[in-house]
Design a protein around this ligand. Structure first.
Ligand code: GLN
Length: 202
């Protein structure tokens, strides 16, 4: 790591953006709220938080963020999506008629574990994350039903269901690393941001 503090933008239209900002700051980077297209150019990495994907996508269009986001991600800007954020990034949403950003080659199904009361936690083994298991918090979570050839699975539930993956500089988790004190998942993302900023393409 260099001594330069990287700047992470957190899409702050709805959902768990404050929690992500706190996690990013605890992991040692500078975090800022993103609401305007012009703000995307000033960051080294971007986070799409959990929340309600229908609302977030509606606001993305209202704030005219769709094309700027798609362009920045296509150009290699490191991105982390969590829960609803993953739904927004996906190429296909099998369970609902929606228009996601289409920048991550996965097919995803929303609310796959049932209603809010069926939310749960499970210890996960996450690829490249050393040490103890990571506590996965699943709140009305989606599941990743299929991944394209260029997508690497980062975590599965005990039953084999894919719940985290990475394609190029895009990381995706169906759970909420922003809701636990453990900052290792955010550190892993900051590592990707650092590699990209240093000119290494993933
Ligand atoms: N159920 C939400 C959706 O489909 C996602 C929930 C979350 O982000 N915790 O958009």
């Amino acid at each position: 790591m260099t001594n330069i503090r990287r700047r992470i933008g957190v899409l702050s239209l709805q959902g768990s953006f404050s929690e992500h900002i706190r996690s990013v700051q605890r992991a040692g980077a500078v975090a800022s709220e993103i609401r305007l297209p012009s703000e995307i150019a000033n960051v080294d990495g971007l986070i799409l938080p959990g929340g309600e994907s229908t609302t977030i996508l509606k606001l993305i269009d209202e704030y005219r963020l769709r094309e700027p986001l798609r362009e920045a991600i296509a150009a290699g800007l490191p991105v982390l999506g969590t829960c609803a954020g993953v739904i927004c990034l996906a190429n296909r949403i099998s369970s609902h008629v929606m228009r996601p950003l289409g920048v991550l080659d996965i097919s995803i199904s929303r609310n796959s574990f049932g209603r809010q009361v069926e939310s749960f936690e499970e210890d996960l083994r996450i690829e490249e994350l050393s040490g103890s298991a990571f506590r996965g918090v699943f709140i009305r979570a989606p599941v990743i039903e299929s991944c394209g050839d260029g997508v690497r699975v980062l975590a599965r539930l005990a039953d084999g269901t894919v719940v985290a993956c990475q394609e190029g500089n895009t990381m995706a988790a169906c759970f909420h690393p922003e809701f636990v004190d453990d900052i290792r998942f955010h550190e892993q993302f900051l590592h990707l941001v650092e590699q990209h900023a240093m000119g290494d393409t993933a």
